[in-house]
Design a protein around this ligand. Structure first.
Ligand SMILES: [Zn+2]
Length: 252
């Protein structure tokens, strides 16, 4: 949370590898919005395998689920516009009524409530999966729309991976960074040496044994350990045995 500044920003992008705490920041912001009774719309990707489990505990003990699972910024924009449409209509009506009746306290109170509803917080997780096959020119239209919406009051905070394990950038994350007021790259601790500064993940192929046989695993790695072939899975297992902190292989 410490690197999320509290000053008002309209569009923010938080990236980093797995295990860099992005989801924790996402959940904290979501929880904070609920506690403050601030309107919030939360999104994740349809490809997010953790989406079903991903719920946060609100102040009164209820579990608050993610609002929508989507696969395009287009869907996100539609949901935000659906939310805003009736509020904008109410806002226009109230301001018109205030012109004919400028001293009405009742109208002024109503207007302040409507303005508060406009301060929507849009939280979107796993954005690296959004619009994977969408053409740049189409994405450009979505980005323009997001800027236009943000000018009306809503804030957008996007969370996603910065790089693939092959060190390719995720197009959508870069494009969102281009329109953002704040762009944060979080780092993780290297799974091999434990040092701070892992910006991407190393792929371990076909992990066998007691570790979910046949599936590839990804672990955050620093620059040195990423390129060091000795830093393989048996090395990790030895390290876990020594530290005894990790009871079993957990994919984050
Ligand atoms: Zn390392």
């Amino acid at each position: 949370m410490s690197d999320i500044k509290l000053k008002r920003k309209s569009i923010r992008v938080v990236t980093g590898p797995m295990a860099s705490g992005k989801t924790k920041v996402f959940e904290n912001l979501l929880n904070r919005a609920y506690i403050a009774n601030q309107p919030v719309l939360s999104f994740t990707s349809t490809k997010d395998s953790d989406a079903k489990r991903r719920t946060i505990k609100s102040r009164d003990g209820d579990y608050v689920p993610i609002d929508y699972e989507i696969d395009s910024l287009d869907h996100l924009i539609k949901h935000v516009e659906d939310y805003l449409r009736p509020i904008e209509k109410e806002y226009t009506q109230l301001t018109a009524e205030l012109i004919t009746n400028p001293k009405s306290k009742k109208l002024k109170t109503k207007l302040s409530v409507v303005k508060r509803k406009m301060n929507l917080v849009v939280l979107a997780d796993e954005v690296q999966f959004y619009d994977q096959g969408t053409e740049y020119l189409t994405i450009r239209k979505y980005l323009k729309k997001i800027i236009e919406i943000s000018l009306k009051g809503p804030q957008f905070i996007f969370f996603g991976l910065n790089l693939t394990h092959e060190l390719y950038v995720y197009k959508i994350v870069c494009l969102l960074a281009g329109i953002s007021d704040e762009f944060i790259i979080r780092t993780a601790l290297c799974e091999w040496c434990g040092k701070e500064g892992a910006k991407y993940s190393k792929k371990i192929k076909d992990v066998v044994g007691s570790y979910d046989a046949g599936k590839d695993k990804y672990f955050p790695a620093c620059d040195k350990c990423y390129y060091n072939p000795k830093m393989d899975f048996p090395f990790l297992q030895k390290r876990w045995k020594k530290t005894k902190k990790r009871k079993k292989c957990k994919v984050i």
